[in-house]
Design a protein around this ligand. Structure first.
Ligand SMILES: [Zn+2]
Ligand SMILES: [Zn+2]
Length: 337
């Protein structure tokens, strides 16, 4: 325990799993506790998910991506190769989680936020089925637009139109920085997407999903993908490299799958569990007007839209809502439907 937080009560709303309320990372707490920061960096930030994205990013770039030369003149075949690679990668990583958790139901309802499974036979989804809907938007629009953006950036590097980092230490530092840059980028584009008409045109498609699964992660309208996947263009203004472009896109395509998986922790064998879902973002799907960003960089805390999963934060959110004109348009009604 530390001095920063007042006593908090666990929010008990669903008939599923309700974890303890969470804190912002130690790097953003005061008073500062260097020991806690180091422990957090290794055991909460790096292990296991960030290391996994960096590993898959490196493998994808070095083994499954063609050399830069062919991108000097950009053609439909170059984009198609990267698209096919993205589809294969997502079928393995996202499809693997979907199979294990939602088809095989290997851990049953253990650590599952919602007490129900994904929707079938529901008209609000494309093909009347949540999983097919989510797979379609993820693989076709998400995988396609990511491939296009990667090809464009590779073209610029191939033409030497932009400079690139060469030193391994610089690339390693920038790899870590990408996670935090995305904290700003995601908060900004996501907050924008909650403003009408952008919400109705684009973002409502992602929010069809209140109860989420691995394929929900980047199940987005192409209009949202154009914004969400634009992170690698940051390397037009700060130093980057072709690896960092591929890594950024791999991270954007894959990391939302555990966070939307619906399970707070993943069981590994009989005795061990690892960090799985993201209660922070799960609360966004339940209540809409909280937690626009990522817990890693708590922009929501700084801009007053933070929900830490406690009853106290819940009351604060309701008070804020009553003060807005469309107060009866609350997420709770939809979330409990
Ligand atoms: Zn989401
Ligand atoms: Zn949203």
């Amino acid at each position: 325990m530390h001095a920063m937080t007042a006593p908090r009560t666990r929010l008990q709303r669903t008939n599923g799993y309700d974890p303890e309320p969470f804190d912002v990372p130690p790097i953003f707490q005061s008073p500062s506790r260097p020991g806690a920061m180091v422990t957090w960096f290794i055991t909460a930030f790096l292990w296991p998910q960030s290391l996994l994205w960096i590993g898959i990013g490196a493998l994808t770039y070095h083994v499954f991506t063609p050399g830069l030369d062919r991108f000097a003149t950009l053609g439909i075949d170059d984009v198609s190769i990267l698209w096919a690679r993205n589809v294969a990668l997502m079928l393995v990583v996202i499809g693997g989680q979907h199979y294990w958790l939602h088809i095989r139901r290997a851990q049953g309802m253990e650590f599952k936020y919602e007490g129900r499974w994904l929707a079938t036979n529901r008209k609000s989804f494309t093909f009347d089925d949540q999983t097919r809907d989510n797979m379609f938007w993820t693989l076709v629009s998400g995988g396609g637009i990511a491939a296009f953006y990667e090809s464009v950036m590779f073209g610029l590097y191939a033409d030497k139109a932009i400079g690139q980092l060469d030193a391994l230490w610089a690339i390693a530092l920038m790899t870590i920085a990408v996670f935090f840059i995305e904290g700003v980028h995601f908060y900004a584009n996501h907050r924008l997407l909650h403003v009408d008409p952008l919400y109705r045109w684009f973002h409502a498609l992602h929010h069809r999903n209140v109860n989420t699964g691995p394929w929900t992660g980047i199940s987005m309208h192409p209009g949202e993908h154009l914004l969400y996947l634009s992170l690698p263009f940051v390397f037009l203004v700060i130093p980057g490299s072709p690896f960092l472009v591929t890594f950024s896109l791999v991270y954007l395509m894959l990391s939302p799958s555990p966070s939307h998986s619906g399970f707070h922790r993943f069981r590994i064998g009989k005795r061990h569990t690892v960090h799985g879902g993201d209660l922070f973002h799960n609360l966004h799907h339940r209540y809409f007007e909280v937690n626009y960003g990522m817990l890693l960089l708590p922009m929501d805390k700084w801009f007053g839209t933070f929900h830490d999963g406690s009853l106290e934060a819940h009351e604060t959110m309701k008070t804020r809502r009553r003060a807005t004109p469309d107060a009866d348009d609350t997420g709770e009604v939809i979330a409990d439907a």
